[in-house]
Design a protein around this ligand. Structure first.
Ligand code: NAD
Length: 325
């Protein structure tokens, strides 16, 4: 029997992290350790399918704590660093938390990877580029002009990855992904907020006039992109993940009403987010050259997502309960 590949996934109890764990454990030759602090955003329930699998292990710990991180990195063949504070609105309320987890936490993971000579893939975001003009597409070489504390903290982490690659030769690849959606996304994020409101017949809160545009990629495609970069990406290189459906937030809310069968009059406007980026937009030719293509059409992904939230109200109640404690 061949050696199994040992992969450490930080933030694996969160939305994207848990889908990545599903993908990786679908392969027979892989072992996965999840390191996650279980903040309001993470729950072991997202990993329930793997409890009891001898190829899966969960460790509760903080990525900004070297004592938690170093021993796990030391025994890993590859690290995917996805743990983060991830919600822009919370970063406007409490930027410090974002600097500690996203910047310091990434430095701690990088340092452990440097010492152990472990390859690492960092899950960054297209928000590091700042907002974009209509139809514009950022390449990976575009300058970073982050505008929210969240985006700035991710840019700091992303730049540290580049610096570790150049200075120490750390084998780090970076993915800068567009907005993603699907089952198990925290209910504070846009699509679950709209879906749950539409299902309950409550108002769908749309920021400003709903003109801001976002590109939505189904989470299954997003985590396949992470895995492709993990396996075939060039160390020291960043890869944009695009290929989603771009639409204005107002169109998105109306589309969800249509899908759920809720009246469009439920869509209501609420005061805009300060410094709300108009749109992002990335060129993803570099990722395409590694052989990745999106596979799940937006309508299909959205229908799956609506069905999942309709059937998992207990999950929603539990994670919202966690957010209060
Ligand atoms: N959701 C998106 O649309 C999107 C798009 C591009 C990039 N990203 C990036 O992808 C990653 C995952 O995003 P998500 O949407 O799954 O976020 P999420 O908030 O659902 O999950 C984050 C996870 O990280 C854990 N965590 C938070 N702080 C931690 C700490 N200090 N130590 C250990 N674990 C900690 C949480 O408990 C949670 O399980 C993030 O790095 C985010 O910046 C997200």
């Amino acid at each position: 029997m061949g050696e199994r590949r040992r992969i450490l996934v930080t933030g694996g109890a969160g939305f994207i992290g848990s889908h990545l764990v599903d993908l990786l454990l679908g392969r027979p030759d892989v072992e996965v350790t999840v390191l996650d602090a279980l903040t309001y955003a993470g729950t072991r329930r997202n990993l329930l399918a793997h409890e009891g699998d001898p190829r899966f292990r969960f460790v509760r710990g903080d990525v900004a704590d070297p004592a938690a991180v170093e021993p796990l990195v030391a025994e890993a063949d590859h690290v995917v660093h996805a743990a983060a504070e991830s919600f822009v609105d919370r970063s406007i309320e409490d930027p410090r938390r974002f600097v500690v987890t996203n910047v310091l936490g990434t430095q701690v993971v990088l340092e452990a990877c440097r010492r152990a000579r472990a390859p690492m893939t960092f899950v960054s975001t297209d928000e590091v580029y700042g907002e974009n003009a209509p139809e514009g597409r950022f390449t990976e070489d575009a300058p970073m002009r982050p505008r929210s504390p969240y985006a700035a903290s991710k840019a700091g982490a992303d730049l540290l990855c580049g610096a570790y690659a150049v200075t120490y030769g750390t084998l780090v690849t970076i993915v800068r992904g567009t907005n993603t959606f699907g089952p198990r996304q925290h209910p504070e994020k846009a699509i679950p907020t709209f879906v749950l409101a539409a299902l309950d017949g409550r108002p769908l809160p749309v920021y400003g006039r709903g003109e801001q545009r976002r590109e939505w990629l189904y989470v299954g495609d997003f985590v396949r992109a992470i895995a492709v970069v993990m396996e075939r990406g060039e160390p020291g290189t960043a890869y944009n993940i695009g290929g989603g459906r771009e639409l204005a937030n107002l169109e998105l809310a109306r589309e969800i009403c249509r899908l759920v069968g809720a009246p469009e009059e439920l869509v209501t406007f609420v005061p805009d987010r300060p410094g709300h980026d108009f749109r992002y937009g990335v060129a993803w030719d570099r990722l395409a050259a590694l052989g990745w293509r999106p596979e799940v059409p937006f309508e299909e992904g959205l229908a799956r997502t609506v069905a999942w939230y309709r059937d998992h109200r207990d999950w929603v109640a539990e994670i919202l309960e966690g957010a209060r404690t």
